[in-house]
Design a protein around this ligand. Structure first.
Ligand code: SAM
Length: 235
């Protein structure tokens, strides 16, 4: 993979960046995503934010190599601190990290979010906590994708700022409102695996001398939700 040839995962994230966007890609690593979008004239301006020096230098190198310096800047910064008011960022992508870290990053920078109309998020795990943050911060999920690549399953969550109040049921939060309505084969396979994992976790907890009550209850609730969603699959 490089800026000219993105993975299916990053292509899917990029597909939801509006034409002409002013984009901040947080946790950009090599800046492949914003560099690809700048090369294809999909964004008018981009910031590639990175908190670690090595990846930040990779991003700088990629931008120089592709001569994208007029449209794309790499910044060494923690999370949304990469965004400056003059950037007038309207779209943020955060991909390839855990949901709790994505949530933490979003929580740390309310000022940077002021002009932001769209978030395109790709948590590797912990999608529910991201959806919970969105619902509590007036971002409404407007599209979702689930895909399998190189033996991993990825979810992409697109959320647009809204003035409406947003609420997701526990099932929508866990599975994704669009993904649970669609129940694609990748979705079904993911949740069949998760069901097995949760069932063996429960069996192990039940054998413990002192059963971890809260964890057990959470796993049992999750199992019920998954069983409910999978109950009509294949009928
Ligand atoms: N976004 C790229 C992708 O999806 O392929 C790179 C994903 S890489 C696994 C995660 C990157 O996020 C790493 O380069 C890491 O240094 C960076 N990162 C982690 N926490 C960060 C934070 N708080 N602020 C900025 N970057 C962060």
């Amino acid at each position: 993979m490089d800026a000219k040839q993105l993975s299916v995962r990053l292509t899917t994230v990029g597909a939801f960046v509006p034409q002409g966007a002013r984009l901040a890609d947080i946790g950009s690593d090599h800046a492949y995503l914003p560099a690809n979008l700048a090369l294809n004239r999909r964004i008018s301006y981009g910031v590639a934010g990175e908190v670690v020096k090595g990846p930040f230098e990779n991003a700088q190198h990629e931008i120089e190599k592709l001569r994208l310096g007029d449209h794309l800047v790499a910044r060494l910064a923690d999370g949304l601190a990469a965004i400056q008011p003059a950037d007038q960022i309207d779209t943020i992508t955060i991909a390839g990290m855990g949901g709790p870290l994505i949530r933490h990053i979003l929580t740390q920078g309310p000022a940077a979010l002021i002009g932001v109309k769209r978030l395109v998020l790709q948590p590797n795990v912990g999608e529910a906590t991201v959806r919970d943050w969105l619902a509590h911060n007036q971002f409404k999920i407007t599209a979702e994708r689930i895909l399998a690549e190189d033996g991993h399953t990825y979810e992409v969550i697109v959320a647009d700022r809204t003035t409406e109040s947003v609420h997701y049921t526990p099932a929508e939060q866990l599975f994704g409102p669009f993904l649970v309505a669609e129940k694609s084969p990748v979705f079904v396979a993911k949740w069949q695996r998760e069901l097995q994992r949760s069932q063996s976790a429960v069996a192990q907890m039940q054998q413990a001398k002192v059963a971890p009550t809260a964890h057990l209850a959470a796993a049992e609730t999750k199992i019920k939700l998954i069983e409910g969603v999978l109950s009509d699959v294949g009928k």
